[in-house]
Design a protein around this ligand. Structure first.
Ligand code: IVH
Length: 678
């Protein structure tokens, strides 16, 4: 834009147009949430205006959209007298208090069915905005109600507050009153940034909003996500006769008011609106701590007047607080169905979010350390909506003697088995899968399931019954059950009891891989169980293998190896295995598996192998179902050839028979199902 070449009159005209356009876009974006131009278009117009104002500095006004962050660093806030005091509100904490208030209104006004307005009680800080001839000239905090602080420069940075009022009915003087709040998302982002910079965090969005408005540098305030909602006004010539009409008028002037609801059916209506706002609370991006009821007629309001510092015509019906402070009495550890250990805070009972809270989740040890929460601390407990109560932070005085840092126990509080930790220590888990009462029902159900011991008739309902009757604690106990015990139980007859015992008996001669899978070792699925059974051939051999040996098996990585090792090192688990064996469970290792990947194939072995004898190779291949013959023919599936292989090698080459060297042989033995006939 050729500003320099423009004459003053045209510049003034262009500036005027740009300001109107920018204000309009601003209103659509920040108040109506309904922008009609892109951010780039908006920025471009703002830059054009800046350029024009730079060329004609005397045309700059205090309320030009370029002046939102224009104010200089302040060296303190001037005091502002409120011509009309900023009152506070009477509170009601229950339905009875609301009924009494409404009854008093009817008595004082001498009639029933009083029209009311209901709106959110915002949890921020009150400010008064003074507009003279439609221009924002002053913004002040509430202070003590009669004197506040001049925070004009900071308030001008809040985008939803118009610097210039819109529309035709702009009054000579208008004082708009309302609440400045900070959004939750903005609050979290702000605390994150402050935390990273090592600065002190804000306790809640209200304190953050207040701290942000009282910044000496408006550039800092400009970066804080503040919002404004009007809830009242002071004006001379009343163009409106009701509170609801006042809100409509304020909106027409471009001022955000938030949601206001007219209530025409007395207490019932108020309570319904209260519930509706309470239901909405969790979805709002800012804190509300109740609903404010106001008599709609301004004449009625005047007639009712106020007592001490609160108007009789308004009432704040509070929500239960979502955060309270209490003492952390101890930290218990809960064991989940999968063995995961979760620390749980034991609290001095406290009423928060509408219920008495005695426990709160602490997630994991990491979380406790990150928040530096220690037993004996005073802590902030939060319960929002139906969310599980949680400890937000510790607020113990830093000079108070404090307990040691908390650590996760090394043994499971439910069964005494050793606790396993993930490498980053974030997750702790009980390793006593077979004995831990917390994991019992789940472990038992897995033990008998289809791919495991496959005992028919042991559904989860029956398992629940058996556990609750004290008949089964560990898998070994299944093998102690008798028909007589079973028929005592509900829904069991002679026949079903006999069938179940027969099914249990039949499972005693299970294949080793199924038993391994049934034990429920973490990460060990059916495929791994098969590989382990094939490799170790006995429970004993597997139980005494160390992690290094385990890792030699294909598919067994370091994490799984560690789980297997931990499982067998846990004496409780070993005890159950010993019992199972003593009770006649005898895992089978089929010498020649009936159905194996190599059934129907024929091999020839020749030459010298470095790690196995030819007989060993022969046995291994046969164990997998293959036939091993002495001479190569066109029917030979493959020739295993070591060093110095002679005529058989030549014959195989001639016939195009596949040749496996020692490495290929090992791969085949490790993963026979991967062997493809070419
Ligand atoms: S009306 C004449 N309406 O609550 C009554 N106040 O406890 C003056 N507040 O200082 C206030 N939301 O900061 C009113 N919708 C609302 C409000 C509200 C929050 C705050 C306000 C006031 C305090 C009184």
């Amino acid at each position: 834009m050729a500003c320099a070449s423009m004459d003053r009159a045209s510049a003034q005209q262009a500036i005027q147009t740009l300001r109107e356009e920018i204000n309009e876009h601003n209103h659509r974006y920040y108040v109506l949430n309904d922008p009609t131009v892109s951010d780039q278009t908006y920025d471009k117009k703002l830059r054009q205006l800046e350029a024009l104002e730079a060329a004609f500095p005397d045309l700059v006004t205090a309320t030009s959209p370029t002046q939102r962050v224009g104010a200089k660093l302040s060296d303190g806030f001037a005091t502002v007298e409120h011509e009309v005091p900023m009152l506070s509100l009477a509170n009601a904490f229950d339905t009875d208090e609301v009924k009494q208030w409404y009854q008093r209104l009817e008595n004082q006004l001498g009639r029933a069915d009083i029209p009311l307005v209901a709106e959110a009680k915002l949890d921020g800080l009150a400010v008064a905005l003074v507009y003279v001839d439609g221009q924002l000239v002053q913004a002040a905090t509430r202070g003590d109600g009669t004197q506040g602080e001049d925070v004009t420069g900071n308030v001008k940075t809040i985008r939803s507050i118009p610097l210039t009022l819109r529309g035709a009915s702009v009054p000579a003087r208008l004082e708009v009153r309302g609440e400045v709040v900070m959004t939750h998302s903005g609050f979290q982002a702000l605390n994150q940034t402050l935390g990273e910079a090592g600065a002190k965090l804000f306790v809640n969005p209200r304190n953050a909003a207040s701290g942000s408005l009282r910044q000496l540098d408006p550039a800092i305030t400009a970066d804080r996500p503040l919002q404004f909602f009007a809830y009242g006004a002071v004006f001379d010539d009343a163009p409106v006769k009701t509170q609801s009409a006042l809100y409509a008028w304020l909106r027409a002037l471009g001022i955000p008011t938030g949601e206001k609801k007219e209530v025409l059916d007395g207490v019932e209506g108020l309570l319904a609106v209260h519930q509706a706002f309470l239901d909405q609370r969790a979805q709002l991006d800012y804190d509300i701590d109740g609903v404010v009821y106001k008599v709609d007629s301004l004449t009625d309001q005047q007639q009712l007047g106020h007592v001490s510092r609160a108007p009789r015509w308004a009432l704040a019906h509070k929500f239960p607080a979502q955060e309270e402070i209490t003492e952390l009495l101890g930290i218990d550890v809960q064991v989940g169905r999968t063995g995961a250990l979760t620390p749980v805070a034991r609290l001095q009972p406290v009423f928060v979010g509408g219920v008495t809270v005695t426990n709160a989740t602490l997630h994991n040890a990491d979380e406790i350390h990150r928040k530096d929460i220690r037993i004996g601390d005073r802590v902030v407990v939060r319960r929002a909506g139906d969310v599980i109560p949680e400890i937000v932070r510790s607020v113990s005085a830093p000079d108070r003697p404090r307990a040691e840092r908390w650590t996760m126990p090394s043994h499971c509080p439910a069964c005494g088995s050793a606790v396993e930790f993930t490498e980053d220590q974030a997750v702790a888990r009980c390793s006593g899968g077979l004995v831990c009462p917390a994991q019992r029902k789940r472990a038992l159900a897995h033990f008998v399931s289809r791919g495991a011991m496959d005992i028919e008739g042991l559904g989860s309902q029956v398992i629940d019954q058996l556990v609750e009757a004290g008949l089964v604690e560990t898998p070994a106990d299944f093998y102690r059950l008798t028909v007589d015990q079973l028929i005592e139980l509900e829904r069991f007859g002679q026949k079903s009891a006999k069938n179940l015992i027969a099914a249990i008996n039949a499972s005693r001669s299970v294949n080793l891989d199924r038993l391994l899978f049934a034990l429920g070792i973490r990460e060990v699925g059916q495929v791994t169980a098969k590989a382990l059974a094939r490799h170790f051939k006995s429970l004993d051999a597997l139980a005494s293998a160390d992690a290094e040996t385990l890792e030699e098996i294909d598919d067994v990585g370091p994490i799984m190896a560690a789980h297997i090792e931990a499982f067998f090192q846990e004496p409780h688990n070993q005890g159950v295995i010993d019992e199972l064996l003593a009770l006649g469970v005898s895992p089978q290792v089929p010498e020649t598996p009936t159905e194996t990947p190599l059934t129907g194939l024929s091999f020839v072995v020749t030459g010298r192998l470095s790690s196995m004898s030819r007989d060993q190779v022969k046995a291994a291949l046969e164990a997998l179902g293959a036939k091993v013959t002495g001479s190569v023919s066109s029917k030979t599936s493959a020739l295993v050839a070591g060093d110095d292989a002679g005529s058989k090698y030549d014959k195989a080459t001639e016939l195009g028979v596949r040749i496996l060297n020692e490495e290929a042989l090992k791969a085949l033995l490790n993963n026979p199902s991967g062997f493809a006939v070419e």
